[in-house]
Design a protein around this ligand. Structure first.
Ligand code: AMP
Length: 301
């Protein structure tokens, strides 16, 4: 089954304690679609400026990402984000954001995308995320991501969005901000009360937590020492998770658990290099090898 994603497409400048990269390919929808492409065909909706090279679009197309929904506005510049990681490589500071062409983004779905059964609304303004929902025809599963900016400044429309989607993926700190609960389980349950059927809390290097009305699943992060750039970890996690679910076309508890595992594994590769560099090197078979290692690392009797 195919998967639709709408979100940011960016030039990122990233500084870690040891290295710096400028104007590399980034953005929530970019990381998401690349990660999901190991599993299924992705329909991408986004906007870029005249400075976006066609080679970047080709890179996505080469991985089974349909870019019919990618609009290029030649007179404007692509969204760009600059961030700096603290020495713990988990916390980061946003140094600069220029929305540019993304600031007036009004997503219009190509006709061929409207019946996509699996939908992911990557991090973005809730009103824009809802504009996408207005255009899709009876999807099987809709999941969204959000961030502190929207929780703080667009709370009402975010609450409206939560009543229209199936699942929400967000960071532990964002769940606390959204619900006012310090305890993560309480926060997750409070998110369910806002209208979603399930919530996935991302805890960075501490893994992920899935909570629905009748199930709970806890998963550590894949144990890796080779963290070079954590940017896009959340988006590649969501891409792996949604890509797997779309590929098996099943949202049972067992499939959701496996999906979280695949999300974790794609993210574990993504953080091993800047931008899409590591994901460009690996194949689905690499994920399957890590799947077995991870299984034995968390297995106990
Ligand atoms: P993650 O590390 O998974 O949170 O995602 C990082 C990506 O999000 C970067 O590639 C940025 O380009 C993108 N990003 C940063 N700020 C925003 C924003 N306000 N809206 C949409 N995307 C953003």
């Amino acid at each position: 089954m195919s998967l639709l994603v709408v979100g940011s497409i960016a030039f990122d400048s990233v500084e870690t304690p040891t290295e710096r990269r400028d104007n590399v390919i980034g953005g929530s929808a970019t990381y998401f679609s690349y990660a999901a492409s190991y599993f299924t065909k992705v329909n991408l909706v986004g906007v870029v400026g005249g400075d976006w090279p066609d080679a970047h679009t080709q890179l996505l197309e080469d991985r089974n990402v349909d870019t019919a929904g990618l609009v290029k506005v030649d007179s404007e510049k692509t969204f760009n984000w600059t961030g700096k990681y603290l020495p713990n490589m988990n916390d980061r500071e946003t140094l600069d954001v220029n929305l540019n062409v993304f600031g007036t983004f009004d997503p219009v779905l190509p006709e061929s995308y409207k019946s996509t059964p699996y939908v992911f609304l990557a991090n973005g303004m809730p009103a824009i995320q809802m504009r996408v929902l207005d255009q899709v025809e009876s999807p099987k599963l809709v999941v969204a991501d959000t961030m502190d900016l929207w929780i703080n400044e667009h709370r009402d429309s975010l609450l409206e969005l939560l009543k229209r989607i199936d699942g929400l993926v967000l960071n532990d700190s964002e769940a606390k901000l959204l619900t006012g609960h310090e305890n993560l389980i309480s926060a997750a349950k409070a998110v369910l009360d806002l209208g979603v059927s399930f919530v996935v809390l991302k805890k960075g290097e501490h893994g992920a937590l899935y909570v629905s009305a009748d199930d709970m699943f806890v998963l550590p992060a894949y144990p890796t020492e080779a963290v070079k750039d954590p940017t896009g970890a959340g988006d590649s996690f969501a891409g792996g998770m949604m890509g797997y679910l779309a590929s098996v076309d099943d949202t049972s508890a067992a499939s959701i658990r496996r999906a979280l595992v695949y999300g974790t594994l794609v993210a574990s590769y993504n953080v091993e290099d800047f931008s899409l560099d590591k994901m460009r090197e690996i194949e689905k078979s690499d994920l399957d090898i890590r799947f077995e290692r991870f299984k034995s690392a968390v297995n106990f009797t």
